[in-house]
Ligand binder design. Structure first.
Ligand code: HEC
Length: 127
């Protein structure tokens, strides 16, 4: 949410800075609409998660069968090493880190997609 406000703030500044210049009104409207639509679009990793079966076992803030995403984000700093390791774990499945419940394998998931999902999850860290 914070990010959306920042981007919307950037849109306002963007508009203000161009109002002085001799741009046509249409141009400004198009640019503003483009920026706003980017702000509203969800993260690519979030989209992939929504398309997959993750939501059956994971929730952003509550433990279901698997740990809450905010808990995962708290545990792992978003380093390349952690992102790689967690992406592999999603693809292969596994157990023993959070308890005895296993995570099923996602063998058809592409590594790059799994990494996008992990990046999204690790971005959910509470300040
Ligand atoms: C069948 C239930 C289930 C599904 C479906 C599932 N998970 Fe999990 N997930 C778990 C469990 C249980 C754990 C804890 C595993 C452990 O303790 O090692 C876990 C752990 C994780 C972790 C942390 C791994 C670690 O080693 O700390 C990540 C990241 C994760 N899941 C992401 C996902 C994503 C993304 C998807 C969808 C592609 C997904 N999970 C689908 C049950 C599931």
């Amino acid at each position: 949410m914070k990010k959306t406000f920042l981007i919307l703030g950037a849109v306002v500044i963007f508009m203000a800075s161009f109002s002085k210049a001799d741009l046509t009104r249409e141009k400004t409207v198009v640019a503003t609409a483009t920026l706003a639509s980017h702000a509203l679009q969800s993260n690519p990793g979030e989209k992939l998660i929504n398309k997959s079966d993750c939501l059956g076992c994971h929730n952003k803030t509550n433990k279901i069968i698997g740990p809450a995403y905010v808990e995962i984000a708290k545990k792992y700093p978003a380093t390349e090493k952690n992102i790689n390791m967690l992406a592999d774990k999603i693809i292969k499945g596994g157990t023993g880190v959070w308890g005895n419940m296993p995570m099923t394998a996602h063998a058809t998931l592409k590594k790059d997609d799994a990494k996008l999902m992990v990046k999204y999850i690790l971005s959910l860290k509470k300040k």
